[in-house]
Design a protein around this ligand. Structure first.
Ligand SMILES: [Zn+2]
Length: 90
């Protein structure tokens, strides 16, 4: 009898997704186009795009900026406090 030592190879491959989900249309068709200093992130489905500086950034960071700017736009447009509270009368 012998003890068998099993070598467990733990190779974790980091696979970054090449396409991201679009915050605008919800399709997984957002791609990154790396340029010299900037990366153009754009959705192939709805055409929404943004140019982001890619200095020291991972693709996911650029994607986050893309989503952030979208959310900021959304919160800027939607104003929940538009209900007329006071009505003059009587
Ligand atoms: Zn889209």
């Amino acid at each position: 009898m012998g003890r068998r030592r099993r070598r467990v190879l733990h190779v974790v491959k980091k696979t970054l997704p090449k396409v991201f989900t679009c915050p605008n249309c919800g399709m997984v068709s957002v791609r990154l186009q790396a340029k010299q200093d900037t990366t153009i992130i754009s959705c192939g489905s709805c055409g929404r795009s943004k140019e982001v500086s890619n200095q020291g950034k991972e693709p996911i960071d650029i994607y986050n900026e893309f989503v952030d700017s979208f959310n900021q736009e959304q919160t800027g447009v939607i104003t929940p406090e538009t209900t007329p509270a006071s009505q003059s009368g009587t």
